[in-house]
Design a protein around this ligand. Structure first.
Ligand code: F6R
Length: 633
């Protein structure tokens, strides 16, 4: 746990990962359940849904199955439910709670309360009042657990909800609907309303634990904990509650003042990394390039001990300037016959065998297309491994277009006309009859997957690698029709490990994204980490470097970058053309996220921005740059 919490107005605990954090929360819940049992009083829990608490629920199920806890004495009140919502549907919080928790424990059914998404509009108000009074009758909530939305919402109390609000029907914020669009197979299927406990209902709980995982939550966590209390960030009202704890993983805590800029809060222990971050931060704050920072700049910004340690601002400046200079290389696979003592990659062996892991079929070119092109041009043996089919992100009319193509193709080349006709009819009927938010039929999913596969192959051909070096892994965890995503299994990890063993790469590139809104990048990365852990003692792995790139959502902070690959205007244009091969993701994608730009535009803006940051720090001025961080295993 961090000791510097001065800037934060809600206490917090940080864990190195969300599994440890979830186990901590589950333990507190179990302790409370047992304590209440001893007191012969009911234990009243407020529960949340979404991706955050799933680890807590699986730990509670594990503890129950191990005979460590009974839920006979527990009463639960869920925060919210979409409105309208059928409890059977994939996205229903009733179904979520059953699948994640209630079906696996011994809680009496009558003790479970979840807002009812099937009510008629004129029944809602009465239902909400009854919900509040049921909580009160049981003596109030003993413990409420919470996730936090990117809008800062708790429950579905969106910006504008004040501390007096009680259980009621609300309209969902646009950002929240975009975040939910993955679960509903498209934003247009996300309900516009929800029934939620109010901020006031939540604040009445005797104890509150708010949880957040992943860097996607780091910005809003900082605002909720350190910013002013305001109805624009409803979670900030927790600052007024006397018994709230925020439980975070390293990534979600990364923007808190005490973590991000510890020199502003307290004396800190300087490491190479922290020094680099502080100097970059100081440049951004003062608007100066590194070599123009003065003793006074350091003194005025809590960094005087750095100057003392080095003797002068000039010496700190030179040190950090050189470190950053050495991250830049036009030779991502290493420069043959060159002194590599200050280069991010080794000169030997040359050429190298390389695997680029791409979670979806276009992340390779979007996120590191320029580096991919350089690696191929510079003579390395580059393989690309597409980890998932990406089939949910294809529009229905594209699937019909290709089914039509197959029909015409079969007719032209001899498959029976009747078969071709039947296939086309089935596909069009499946799509026509699909309910909003429902899963596609096997045939439709296959077509959508093949569309993306064809695009990825076209991209590889354009960059210049043969089909035999494009590997389509179709990891099984991705192909699911249930609320509960399939957990990463041995099969998934074996698929990755087998390919690594086969290719015996000198370099692996992987998407180091922890804030993918769908979580797919996060799972894909975890599979690679686990495969690499398994293989790490094999002799060929001793020679292997693992480089992490960022997906479509963001870039590494400048101070974190360990390899920056510059792109000329021509190279940037080639990268753009490679991205254009992914036609199903172009001219508006199924899952654009909150960003309305096309993927190629996002990639270019980001690569220009990285180059610009280096330039502002006083390093050479390039057109664009792709950035990587090395992962040591
Ligand atoms: C869920 C709820 C929401 C979520 C929040 C975070 O019952 O009330 O406030 O906790 O939207 O969602 P995830 O955990 O999916 O990031």
């Amino acid at each position: 746990m961090s000791s510097h919490q001065h800037a934060a107005k809600i206490p917090y605990k940080i864990f190195s990962n969300s599994s440890l954090a979830s186990a901590f929360v589950a333990k507190e819940m179990v302790d409370l359940i047992k304590e209440k049992e001893k007191q012969k009083k009911p234990c009243v829990l407020g529960l949340a849904t979404g991706s955050t608490p799933t680890g807590v629920y699986s730990e509670l199920v594990r503890l129950h199955k191990a005979g460590k806890v009974s839920f006979k004495n527990v009463h639960t009140f869920n925060l919210d439910e979409y409105y309208p919502m059928n409890p059977q549907s994939l996205q229903s919080y009733v179904r979520y709670m059953n699948e994640n928790l209630f079906n696996h424990i011994d809680i009496p059914k009558k003790n479970i309360h979840i807002p009812d998404g099937t009510l008629k509009a004129n029944q809602i108000e009465k239902f909400c009042q009854a919900y509040e009074s049921s909580i009160q009758k049981l003596g109030g909530l003993d413990l409420q657990i919470l996730g936090i939305g990117r809008t800062g919402h708790i429950g579905f109390n969106e910006p504008g909800s004040n501390e007096k609000t009680s259980t009621r029907v609300v309209s969902l914020d646009q950002v929240t609907r975009i975040d939910a669009s993955g679960d509903f197979f498209g934003e247009e299927n996300v309900p516009k309303k929800a029934i939620t406990m109010g901020v006031g209902t939540i604040l009445k709980a005797k104890r509150i634990i708010m949880m957040a995982w992943g860097e996607g939550k780091s910005g809003i966590i900082r605002k909720a904990l350190e910013g002013p209390v305001s109805d624009q960030i409803p979670s900030s009202f927790l600052q007024n509650h006397s018994n709230t704890l925020t439980v975070l993983d390293d990534a979600s805590a990364s923007k808190l003042t005490a973590v991000y800029t510890p020199w502003l809060v307290d004396g800190c222990t300087w490491t190479d990394k922290l020094r680099r971050r502080a100097v970059v931060w100081l440049c951004q704050k003062t608007g100066k390039p590194i070599l123009k920072l003065t003793n006074q700049d350091y003194m005025e910004n809590g960094m005087s001990d750095l100057v003392t340690e080095f003797g002068s601002a000039y010496k700190v400046n030179i040190r950090v300037f050189n470190e950053l200079q050495h991250t830049i290389t036009g030779w991502p696979g290493g420069k043959p016959n060159a002194d590599d003592s200050h280069r991010p990659e080794r000169a030997k062996p040359f050429p190298k065998r390389v695997i680029i892991f791409s979670p979806h079929p276009d992340d390779d070119v979007i996120s590191m297309g320029g580096t991919f092109i350089r690696l191929v041009d510079q003579g390395h043996e580059v393989h690309v491994a597409y980890q998932t089919s990406g089939n949910i992100a294809v529009f229905d009319d594209d699937a019909i277009r290709f089914a039509d193509f197959v029909r015409d193709f079969n007719n032209a080349f001899g498959l029976t006309k009747a078969d071709a006709e039947r296939f086309f009819k089935k596909v069009t009927r499946d799509i026509r009859e699909k309910k909003p938010g429902a899963v596609d039929s096997a045939e439709v999913m296959a077509i959508k997957g093949l569309i993306r596969r064809g695009e990825a192959k076209a991209g590889c051909r354009y960059v210049g690698i043969p089909d035999s070096q494009a590997h389509f892994l179709d990891m099984p965890f991705y192909e699911t029709g249930a609320v509960k995503k399939k957990p990463l299994g041995d099969k998934d990890i074996n698929i990755i490990a087998d390919l690594i063993e086969k290719v015996k790469p000198h370099q692996i590139y992987a998407a180091g994204d922890l804030s993918d809104p769908h979580g797919t990048h996060r799972v894909c990365l975890s599979a690679i980490f686990q495969a690499v852990q398994r293989l790490k003692n094999k002799p060929f792995m001793k020679q292997c470097y693992l480089w992490l790139y960022r997906g479509a959502w963001q870039e590494w902070d400048i101070d974190e970058i360990e390899m920056a690959v510059p792109l000329s205007p021509e190279e940037l244009m080639r990268k753009r053309r490679a991205i254009f091969k992914h036609q199903s993701q172009k001219d508006s994608a199924v899952f654009p996220g909150s960003d309305k730009r096309e993927f190629w535009q996002r990639a270019e803006d980001r690569n220009h921005a990285t180059a610009n940051e280096y330039n502002k720090l006083g390093l050479a001025e390039y057109e664009a740059m792709e950035a990587f961080v090395r992962y040591h295993f």
